[in-house]
Design a protein around this ligand. Structure first.
Ligand code: SF4
Ligand code: SF4
Length: 470
C-alpha cells in the first residue's frame, strides 16, 4: 500500500504512532495547520461555495408542492429527488442506500478519498468554514500556537470569546440546515416564527445539535475523520495501487536533503522543508506514503508546489497520482475490481430505475376472508367476501375508487365505503365481490381490480374468486 515500500531506506515505524496522540504523555496532539494557499486550495474554495450554495438551497426547492429531499426519521417519511418513500417502500430506500454505498466504494477505488477532501460536510465545514474563521480571529498557525501558550490576558480572552460566539452561531446555522432536511423549511419556519413552547421538542433538538456541532468543530476536529469516521478506516481495503490518491513522488524526491546554496545538488528534489507537514490538518507526513489519516485536502500539494516554484524545481513532487504510476510509470484505471464494481452498480441502478418507473401510487392487498364460502344469490350471481388494505404511497391525500376490471361484477363495501386516504395513510375494510354466474367459467376465477383517482388508474391488482362447481 505504501509508495515507499520499494525504497531501500523505507522505514515503516511511523505506522506504530498515531499522529494525533503524543507518544510520551499519551495526550492529544493539537494541530495548528499553516494556512493553505495555492491552485488546489483556490479550486476547493470555489467548489465549497458551489457545494454550500447547493446544501443551503436544496431544502427550498419543491417538486409538486413537496421538498426535493426530506429525511423525516421521526415520522418515517423520506423524499429523495422528489420521490416520496413511505413505510411500504422502505425496500426502495434500502436499494437507494446500497446503490449509494456501492457508488462510494467504486469511486473510492478509482479516485481515492476525493469525497473526504472535497465534498464531505465534515471536511468542508471544518477546513473551509471554521478553520477560516479561526485564521481571521487568531491569525495563522504560529500566532495560534502563541495564543494557546499565552496566559489568559485580555487579548486571549477577547479572541477566544469571539471565536466561541462565532463558532456557536455557525453551529446554530448548521443545526437549522440539518433540521430543514429532517422536517422541511415550512415547518422549520414555523419553529422559528411561532412561540417556542409550541415546538419545544424540535427547538431542543436544534439546541442539542448546535452543541454537538460546536463540540465537533471546536474540539473533535481531525479526530472525527481519523478516529470516528468508519469510511476513513475502510481505506485500507478500498484503495489499491491503481487508486488515484495524494501521493509523494519518492522516486523524484528521495534522498531528501536540505538545500545548500552554491553547492551542486546530488540529492532528490525534496528539500526537507516540512511545509507539507506544517499545512496538514491531520498532522501526518505524506512522504511516508498513503495513510488512513489523509483526508485528501490537497494542502500539501499546494505547499510543496509553492516551495518547488521558489527553488526552481518542477512542481508536482506531491500530486494526485497512483502508487503504480509513481513506482513504474504504469497505472490502470480499469481493473478487474473496478469492472466488477461497475457491473454491480449498473445492475443496482437498472433495478432502481425499473422499481421507480413501475411504482404505483397505492398498494392494495385483498384476501378472501379465511373460512368463508361463496354466497349464491337469488338472482343467480355469486358473492365472495374479502378483507382489503389500501395504502397511499404518496405524500398527499387522495380519494381513490376501487373498480373491477375483469370479469364483469360489482363491489359492495361493508360499512362506510369512503376510501379517503391521507398522505402515506392506510384504510382497511371488508368488501363483497359479486359476479354473475354467466361470467364464471371455473371454480377459481382470477379477478382483476384497479384503484382509480378520477380517470387516472393508480394501481392494478388481482385476487381469487371462488364459485360452486358446475
Ligand atoms: S514540501 Fe515538498 S520539498 Fe518540502 S518537505 Fe514536503 S515534499 Fe519535501
Ligand atoms: S497529507 Fe496532504 S492531503 Fe492528506 S490530509 Fe495532510 S495535507 Fe491534506
Amino acid at each position: 500500500m505504501n509508495p515507499l515500500d520499494t525504497h531501500p531506506d523505507f522505514d515503516e515505524s511511523f505506522r506504530d504512532n498515531f499522529a494525533a496522540v503524543d507518544n510520551t504523555t499519551g495526550k492529544r496532539n493539537w494541530f495548528f495547520p499553516q494556512k493553505p494557499t495555492g491552485k488546489w486550495h483556490n479550486r476547493r474554495v470555489w467548489f465549497t461555495i458551489f457545494q454550500l450554495s447547493v446544501m443551503f438551497g436544496l431544502p427550498f426547492i419543491k417538486v409538486n408542492g413537496q421538498p426535493l429531499f426530506l429525511f423525516n426519521i421521526l415520522e418515517r417519511k423520506f423524499i429523495i429527488f422528489g420521490i416520496f418513500i413511505g413505510p411500504q417502500d422502505y425496500w426502495l430506500f434500502g436499494l437507494m442506500m446500497i446503490s449509494f454505498f456501492v457508488f462510494i466504494v467504486f469511486f473510492t477505488t478509482v479516485f481515492g478519498r476525493v469525497w473526504c477532501g472535497w465534498a464531505c460536510p465534515q471536511t468542508v465545514f471544518m477546513e473551509m468554514v471554521f478553520r477560516k474563521i479561526e485564521y481571521v480571529i487568531e491569525g495563522d498557525w504560529k500566532a495560534q500556537r502563541a495564543l494557546e501558550k499565552a496566559p489568559w490576558n485580555n487579548e486571549k480572552i477577547v479572541k477566544r470569546t469571539l471565536k466561541v460566539v462565532v463558532f456557536m452561531t455557525v453551529s446554530f446555522l448548521i443545526a437549522n440546515l440539518l433540521l430543514s432536511y429532517f422536517v422541511g423549511v415550512d415547518r422549520l419556519w414555523r419553529i422559528v416564527s411561532e412561540p417556542i413552547t409550541e415546538h419545544l421538542t424540535l427547538f431542543l433538538g436544534i439546541c442539542a445539535f448546535t452543541l454537538i456541532f460546536f463540540f465537533n468543530f471546536a474540539w473533535l476536529r481531525d479526530q472525527a475523520c481519523t478516529v470516528v469516521c468508519p469510511y476513513g478506516r475502510l481505506q485500507g481495503v478500498l484503495l489499491d495501487k491503481n487508486s488515484v490518491v495524494i501521493a509523494y513522488d519518492y522516486k523524484r524526491g528521495e534522498p531528501r536533503e536540505k538545500l545548500h546554496k552554491g553547492k551542486e545538488r546530488t540529492a532528490g528534489d525534496c528539500i526537507n522543508c516540512f511545509q507539507c507537514v506544517n499545512v496538514c490538518p491531520t498532522g501526518i507526513d505524506i512522504r511516508n506514503g498513503t495513510q488512513m489519516e489523509c483526508v485528501n485536502c490537497t494542502a500539501c500539494i499546494d505547499a510543496c508546489d509553492n516551495i518547488m516554484e521558489k527553488v526552481n524545481l518542477p512542481k508536482g513532487l506531491i500530486r494526485f497520482d497512483s502508487e503504480n504510476n509513481i513506482a513504474s510509470g504504469k497505472s490502470k484505471l480499469i481493473t478487474t475490481r473496478t469492472i466488477a464494481y461497475a457491473v454491480v452498480l449498473t445492475a443496482l441502478w437498472v433495478a432502481l430505475g425499473y422499481a421507480i418507473l413501475t411504482r404505483d401510487d397505492t398498494e392494495t392487498t385483498m384476501l378472501r376472508v379465511p373460512g368463508s364460502r361463496y354466497i349464491e344469490n337469488p338472482d343467480g350471481s355469486i358473492s365472495n367476501l374479502y378483507t382489503f388494505k389500501l395504502f397511499n404511497k404518496t405524500n398527499h391525500a387522495i380519494n381513490p375508487e376501487m373498480r373491477i376490471l375483469f370479469p364483469k361484477g360489482s363491489l359492495k363495501f361493508a360499512g362506510i365505503p369512503s376510501l379517503h386516504l391521507d398522505g402515506a395513510g392506510m384504510v382497511e375494510g371488508s368488501v363483497f365481490i359479486t359476479i354473475p354466474k354467466t361470467e364464471i367459467a371455473n371454480r377459481r376465477t382470477e379477478v382483476k381490480l384497479a384503484i382509480y383517482a378520477g380517470s387516472e388508474k393508480l394501481e392494478e391488482f388481482k385476487t381469487t374468486f371462488i364459485a360452486p362447481e358446475e
